[in-house]
Design a protein. Sequence first.
Length: 132
Amino acid sequence: VRSMGANLSVTRPGFGLQANWSRTIRWSEDPTQRGVGSETMSGSTAFELIPGRLRLEGSARYDLVTKRLWEMRAQARYGIQCCGFSVAVNRINWTGTPDTGWHFNIELANVGSVGTSTGTDMMGGRAGLGGF
């Protein structure tokens, strides 16, 4: 198996973009066993519509061999000094059966947060309310 990939990352104040491509090729003495094993593209972006207040994030991963969108995520977050609110949608399709989930979260400064789990920020720009 041989693999190759490329990625691009752009980060500016209030904006981030990441794009990735990878491909594996099966290599064999038998020509019928040779070919593309996997080929995927993924990307994510995050930007602040209102600096320090309103942030939008999104990501996706697509399989070029099976023509399947494996996962998609979008999130909007509004934060002020005392609290933050976020809503996110995750769509996962690893097995051929898509599953979509909505998540909501409320954060209170010096108290904590409550809501459904959405994972970490894609661009790594925030830990709690410290980034805002």
